[in-house]
Ligand binder design. Sequence first.
Ligand SMILES: NC(=O)c1ccc[n+]([C@@H]2O[C@H](COP(=O)([O-])OP(=O)(O)OC[C@H]3O[C@@H](n4cnc5c(N)ncnc54)[C@H](OP(=O)(O)O)[C@@H]3O)[C@@H](O)[C@H]2O)c1
Length: 264
Amino acid sequence: MTKKFVIFGNPVAHSKSPQMQNAGLKYINFDGVYEKHHLEDGNTIKEVFLQNGYSGANITVPHKEFAFANADIVKGIAKEIEAVNTYVIEEGKVVAYNTDAPGFLKAIESFGKVQNVLLLGAGGTAKAISLALKEKNIKVTVLNRSEGKLDFFKNHNITSYSWENFKPEIYDLVVNSTSAGLKDDYLPAPKEIIEPILKNASFTFDCIYGKVTPFLALASKNNCQIKDGEDMLLYQGVLAFELFTNTKADKMVVEAMRKGLKQG
Ligand SMILES: NC(=O)c1ccc[n+]([C@@H]2O[C@H](COP(=O)([O-])OP(=O)(O)OC[C@H]3O[C@@H](n4cnc5c(N)ncnc54)[C@H](OP(=O)(O)O)[C@@H]3O)[C@@H](O)[C@H]2O)c1
């Protein structure tokens, strides 16, 4: 029987996950189809997942915390992050994973060894990235526009600052996990704070994909190697695909999924 997979979000119309996942399913001749589902109420996520007979799901904004809270079992680093982006059925139970965190680690492998990271932003993505780095024993410092969201990081013994009280060090990698630059021309922190840091950094990564954001443009001007969020999106998808299909995605599958991602 054809297996059904889905991405839940609100909004979800813009999501490129179906074209990426369907390209992978087609490449391995898997009898499955991956669709979009606009979900209004995150509290209904498990019910809707089961009622529709889905075998696997991805979860995007703003439902990752609801998906965490509603799962039967949460596995891996997701337990600490308290947000999940993947559901699968295992032995009749709804099991939840976070593949954003390992997807980010895979995406920054191309930089080689990094030891000290400055992470801009303190939202859901920053939680996943900071714990992924910490688990790998990579030093991470969080810098956010406002103080409000810093408690999570303090509770996990991650040094965190707002713009007002920031005490900079030398970092080899600077990551933008804010939404500054997504639909506007803002830098993720004031230029007076960021530029001196970029002058001493080697690598920069922006979670936003498909464009050179003002952050990456400034980094490039200051001779940093730059990378956008495409690989992060790709690898979180590949890791979810492996869970959905119970297969190991080789390089050819990954490239088929990348091609799917870049369609249209
Ligand atoms: N490539 C991928 O696979 C991938 C995966 C996940 C997310 N993303 C991208 O990552 C970004 C963050 O997502 P999220 O889910 O973590 O969002 P979120 O939970 O809404 O958090 C947004 C963060 O951005 C900060 N921020 C927003 N506008 C800002 C501005 N103009 N200047 C400085 N800081 C600003 C917020 O600071 P305050 O606390 O002060 O409000 C907050 O820390 C989005 O652009 C998203 O598209 C990419």
